[in-house]
Design a protein around this ligand. Structure first.
Ligand code: FEO
Ligand code: CA
Ligand code: CA
Length: 667
């Protein structure tokens, strides 16, 4: 924690702007961000999209592209009237739609849950309430229904400065205001631990509106204290043994669950992403895990859990960090089931785990490792999916082959198997077994020569057209000499999307072809080099693609993380992106989040009549927000949240978007 302590006050300085870990709302786009910032005066921000449109109009050669615009607009798969981009403290949806808050941090999930009271939080209450910072959202139908099912939601991380009153103080640093967060009490750490993990919540659509079934018998909270089992090739390995668990198979809890997935057999998978922030202390001198931990940035110490619990202190439990960074599978049909960490799927900063059944019945999971210069993976099960007996699939994830992507300059992608004994993955390089290879997946992929990507986030297979979309958020650290075909921009401030076509339309194929679908950013700024179609309006472009979804018509929707006043002059949101025909690379804004938030989810109900979106950390960020007429996070909880109006989601929330009068979204 020392790097987060002020030498003068002993207080922790703001978690927000300094690290690359769980508490970052990435705005790592200084170079290009400054170019954009110069285009938006502060007054311009206040006027929102009007200002944006005016600027675009002065530089865009509209007359020349009118014909293209008409063709693309005609061909677009999306018919909704576009929302205006902008910045304020509310969420907004395109005209003709309702966006209703379904679940917010603190909402009771059980008949005996206490009502949310931000001034009287306790771990016990939080463990019975909806957790913090909702990221992944999945839907598991009950009896095949599109209007009655289980919503599964990851709670990625906590923002103590937004959760607890009275822990922030303002100091002057070089004449600038800065926030410092007081050390948390053990009780507050316990609330944080209970606010992480996931929620499984029965929901039902009634009269066109979704409701939480508070006494749903499958409702469940999973937290950083839920007992779990390590399963697969690394389970029981010496490197996973601790004082509390000499078996190396029993682990307590999960955290930093970013995106995830629902398997074809109806289980919920949670990806453990930025695990480094939760560990503090130092490994004993010369410890054998030193290089392994360094590759993952462990310990980063952003959280104070190690001050209260030995297992998060590397000096006391040097192996505990090897028990995190996995994919966790949860059987939602039994609230007492023990979640399993599936070690066969590798250990890294797992972003998501979207899956699809391949032609021969094996199941393919696409996995991103969200860090600058890290890799895109896919896992192919050895066994085949059994659609007639879902229970027969229960351990499919313990046996399979993990692959890492090598994106060739010639437009081919090779999925390289990560298998002990093959190529460089041998004793010569310090691997004694497949368990070793999986525990140090990143190092194994390094040795195989995988392509260093610009932060691989969600990777989404599309069963409708056989394509796979890879979201690459950004990478301001890529230098000109590090540019390659698949990561074509130096100082990549705004990210890009790659489209993969697996060979023969077979998702389990060892090879495929790839191309860049979209380079993101403001297309009216030549230096940005964005490649949206000319039919994309001044509201329609975006930066920092992060999460995504494909609806049942096979259309792509992209959610962003890291926009804002300095970066793009607009908040994060959900954009509909055409991928086919003349409209390809045309993007339209559908929903946007309140200031400081990132856009997660998204997810379409099986009948496409609802889009569920997750609004993470609304209100987060620096002092800039004050200039936009909203209180900054420096103020006390009571003044920041004078009320909890459902239409002003100042708490992290899941929002259900439906068409007024009913019907499918965006058609
Ligand atoms: Fe948790 Fe990579 O977003
Ligand atoms: Ca994400
Ligand atoms: Ca994110």
């Amino acid at each position: 924690m020392s790097d987060h302590r002020s030498p003068d006050t002993g207080f922790r300085t703001s978690l927000l702007e300094e690290n690359d870990g769980p508490a970052v709302n990435p705005t790592d786009n200084r170079t290009m961000g400054e170019i954009i910032a110069a285009r938006f005066s502060r007054r311009g921000f206040l006027k929102g999209s009007l200002a944006v449109s005016a600027i675009a109009a002065t530089v865009s050669p509209l007359a020349l592209v009118a014909a293209d615009d008409a063709r693309a607009a005609e061909a677009s798969a999306f018919t909704f009237d576009e929302l205006e981009a902008g910045i304020d403290d509310k969420h907004h949806v395109a005209p003709g739609y309702d966006a209703d808050v379904l679940l917010r941090w603190g909402d009771p999930l059980f008949a005996d849950s206490p009502e949310f009271d931000p001034a009287k939080q306790s771990a016990e209450a939080q463990a019975k309430q909806f957790g913090y910072n909702n990221d992944y959202v999945g839907y598991i139908p009950i009896d095949g229904s599109a209007e009655h099912g289980l919503l599964v939601v990851n709670h990625e991380y906590t923002n103590p400065h937004l959760m607890f009153p009275g822990i922030v103080k303002i100091v002057d640093k070089d004449g600038k205001k800065a926030a410092e967060v007081a050390p948390l009490s053990k009780e507050q750490v316990d609330v944080e631990m209970a606010a992480h993990g996931g929620s499984i919540v029965e929901i039902r659509k009634d009269g066109g509106k979704w409701q939480v079934v508070r006494d749903g018998k499958l409702n469940r909270r999973i937290t950083s204290n839920t007992e779990m089992q390590l399963a697969g090739p690394a389970a029981g390995h010496d490197r996973l043994k601790t004082n509390a668990d000499p078996s190396g198979t029993k682990v307590i809890g999960t955290f930093n669950n970013c995106a995830g997935g629902v398997t074809p057999w109806g289980t919920y998978v949670m990806a453990e992403e930025n695990i480094h922030g939760y560990f503090s202390g130092e490994l004993p001198e010369g410890h054998k895990e030193a290089a392994n931990y360094k590759r993952l940035g462990i310990p980063e110490g952003a959280y104070e859990w190690g001050a209260h619990y030995d297992r998060f202190n590397l000096a006391k439990e040097p192996n505990e960090a090897n028990r995190f960074g996995w994919i966790v599978e949860v059987d939602v049909n039994d609230p007492a089931s023990v979640p399993r960490k599936r070690t066969a799927m590798g250990r890294f900063k797992h972003e998501g785990a979207e899956s699809i059944v391949a032609k021969d019945g094996r199941v393919v999971f696409y996995l991103g490792d969200d860090e600058r210069f890290d890799y895109a993976y896919k896992f192919v099960t050895t066994g085949k999916f059994n659609a007639n007996d879902l229970a027969a699939n229960k351990d499919l994830l313990d046996d399979g082959t993990l692959h890492v992507a090598n994106f060739g300059e010639d437009g081919t992608v090779e999925w390289m198997p990560i298998v002990f004994g093959q190529g460089p993955l041998t004793a010569e390089n310090g691997f004694a077994s497949q368990a070793d290879v999986l525990i140090e997946t990143r190092r194994a992929a390094d040795l195989l020569g995988a392509t260093k990507m610009d932060r691989p986030e969600d990777i989404q297979p599309n069963g409708a057209n056989g394509k796979v979309y890879v979201m690459l958020t950004n990478n301001s650290k890529r230098k000109a000499e590090q540019v390659d075909a698949a990561n074509p921009r130096a100082s990549n401030a705004f990210g890009h999307i790659i489209e993969i076509s697996e060979d023969g339309g077979d998702f389990a194929a060892a090879k495929g072809k790839w191309e860049v679908l979209l380079k993101c950013g403001d297309p009216s700024v030549a230096e940005v080099g964005a490649t949206f179609s000319t039919a994309t309006t001044a509201n329609g472009w975006f930066g920092m693609p992060d999460n995504c979804a494909v609806d049942s018509a096979g259309r792509l929707w992209v959610a962003t993380d890291g926009q804002g006043p300095k970066a793009t002059g607009r908040t994060d949101g959900l954009w509909a992106v055409d991928t086919e025909g003349a409209a390809r690379a045309t993007s339209k804004l559908f929903f946007r989040v309140p200031i400081g938030a990132e856009m997660c989810g998204p997810l379409f109900a099986p009948d496409d009549q609802t889009a569920f979106v997750a609004v993470q950390h609304p209100g987060d960020g620096g002092e800039d927000w004050e200039a936009f007429g909203r209180p900054s996070y420096y103020e006390d909880l009571s003044t920041r949240w004078p009320d909890f109006k459902p239409d002003m989601p100042t708490r992290p929330s899941v929002v259900a978007i439906t068409k007024k009068g009913g019907g499918k979204i965006a058609v």
